[in-house]
Ligand binder design. Structure first.
Ligand code: ZN
Ligand code: ZN
Length: 378
C-alpha cells in the first residue's frame, strides 16, 4: 500500500502561485493593509513553494503590495535555492550580501507611512530592523489580519490532504496489529513514526501515545511508561505528506475494556459524530464546537472536555479556522479542519477521537475513515 513515485501529485503551477499572491494582496487591501511582509514559514510555502531548509538570522522576506511585482529579498548565498524552489512562482529577487544592510533592500520596496501585515513567525530582530529602516510604517499580525487566507483549499490541495489522511489511516490499521502490553509508549510512538514514513510522509510532527493516566493529559506525547493490560491509550499522530498535513486520533484498549472505558469512549464517539454532522456551508465554526460539546456536557463530562473541538489543517498541522466558542467565521466549501472532542479523567485515562473533515456543498466529509468503534489491542 506504500505510495510510489507515480502517486506524487502534480506540482503546483505558476498560475496557482500567482493566483494565491493576487488573492493575498486583495485580501490585505480589504483588511486595510498596504501590503504583506512574508517571512519563512507556512505562508511563504503556500504563496511561493519556498521552504528554506535552514532558517537563519539572515533576512528573507517576500514583499507583496498592490503597486509592484511580488519580490523576494533573499541572502545572496541562499538565492540559488530560493530560485530553484520558487521557479514556478516567477518572483523578482533582490539579493543582499553578508556585510551589507539587509534592511535596505526591503526598505526600497516599502513605502513609508504604510501599514503592513507581517508573518507571525517573523524574528523580532527583523521587525525591529524594518521599523528602523522605514520610519512611520506600522505592522499587524498577518494571521490576525487575514485568518482565512489559506483556509479554503482548492482541488489540488484537497487531493494532497486526502492522500495524507489515507496514509494516516493505513498507519492506524497497522498499529492495531502491533504489541502494546509490556512495551513503552515511546516504542509504540516509534512504530507510528515509521509507519507514517512508510506510507509516504516526509515529515512526522507528533506521535502521541497516552496510556492509562497519561491519556488524561492532552499534551502528553509519549514517555517511558510501560503499557499495561486494561489501559485505554490515546493515539494521535500526523505530519506532512507532499507538503500537506495529516492529524488523526483514535483511542484503543489493551485487552477487554472496563465498563467505564466503554461508556466514556461511546460518549466521545457520539460527540465526534455530532460535530461532523454540524458541518455545512454557512454554519459558524463555533456551532461545530457546540454540537460536539453538548453531547459531552449532557453526559455529565463537560468539565472534562478541556480544549477546542478542532483546528484547520493545510501546509501546517494547526492553522485557522478554529472550531471554538466565539469563532463566528462561517464555514465555506473547501475548508479542512479537525473534529476532535475528548474526555480526560485526571489520573486515570483519556479518550479522544479525531478526523479531518472537509466542507462540501452539502455537509462535512471525513478524510479519515477508519472505524471509530473502540478497538481492542494486545
Ligand atoms: Zn491530533
Ligand atoms: Zn488535531
Amino acid at each position: 500500500m506504500s505510495p510510489s513515485a507515480a502517486d506524487a501529485p502534480t506540482p503546483f503551477t505558476r498560475d496557482d502561485y500567482v493566483a494565491r499572491m493576487r488573492r493575498a494582496v486583495a485580501d490585505a487591501t480589504r483588511a486595510g493593509l498596504d501590503g504583506l511582509l512574508v517571512m519563512p514559514g507556512p505562508e511563504l510555502v503556500w504563496l511561493t513553494g519556498y521552504r528554506p531548509t535552514a532558517i537563519t538570522e539572515r533576512l528573507t522576506v517576500l514583499v507583496l503590495a498592490r503597486d509592484r511585482e511580488p519580490t523576494l529579498v533573499v541572502p545572496t548565498l541562499e538565492r540559488p535555492d530560493a530560485e530553484a524552489a520558487t521557479g514556478a512562482a516567477g518572483l523578482q529577487m533582490v539579493a543582499w550580501n553578508d556585510g551589507e544592510d539587509p534592511f535596505e533592500g526591503a526598505a526600497a520596496l516599502m513605502r513609508g507611512g504604510a501599514t503592513w501585515g507581517i508573518s507571525d513567525s517573523a524574528w523580532a530582530a527583523h521587525l525591529l530592523g524594518l521599523q528602523h529602516a522605514v520610519p512611520g510604517s506600522s505592522y499587524r499580525s498577518l494571521t490576525q489580519s487575514l485568518p482565512m487566507l489559506r483556509a479554503v483549499k482548492d482541488s489540488a490541495e484537497l487531493a494532497r490532504l486526502e492522500a495524507a489522511g489515507a496514509a494516516a489511516d493505513a498507519t492506524y490499521e497497522q498499529i492495531l496489529g502491533v504489541r502494546f502490553a509490556g512495551r513503552r509508549e515511546t516504542d509504540v510512538a516509534a512504530d507510528l513514526a515509521r509507519l507514517l514514513r512508510e506510507h509516504g510522509h516526509e515529515q512526522v510532527d507528533f506521535t502521541v501515545v497516552g496510556s492509562g493516566p497519561n491519556g488524561a493529559n492532552p499534551h502528553h506525547e509519549a514517555g517511558d511508561r510501560t503499557i499495561e493490560v486494561g489501559d485505554a491509550i490515546v493515539l494521535d499522530f500526523g505530519g506532512l505528506m507532499h507538503g500537506y498535513g495529516s492529524d488523526t486520533s483514535r483511542t484503543v484498549c489493551v485487552g477487554e475494556p472496563s465498563e467505564e472505558i466503554r461508556e466514556v469512549h461511546e460518549i466521545v464517539r457520539l460527540a465526534q459524530q455530532a460535530g461532523v454532522e454540524a458541518v455545512r456551508p454557512g454554519v459558524a465554526c463555533q456551532e461545530v464546537d457546540r454540537a460536539a460539546r453538548a453531547v459531552i456536557s449532557d453526559a455529565g463530562h463537560g468539565e472534562r472536555f478541556i480544549h477546542r473541538t478542532g483546528h484547520g489543517i493545510g501546509t501546517t498541522t494547526h492553522e485557522p479556522p478554529y472550531m471554538i466558542e466565539g469563532e463566528e467565521q462561517p464555514l465555506v466549501p473547501g475548508m479542512c479542519f479537525s473534529v476532535e472532542p475528548g474526555i480526560y479523567l485526571a489520573g486515570r485515562f483519556g479518550v479522544r477521537i479525531e478526523d479531518i473533515v472537509t466542507v462540501t456543498d452539502t455537509g462535512g466529509r471525513r478524510l479519515n475513515t477508519t472505524t471509530r468503534e473502540l478497538q481492542v489491542v494486545e
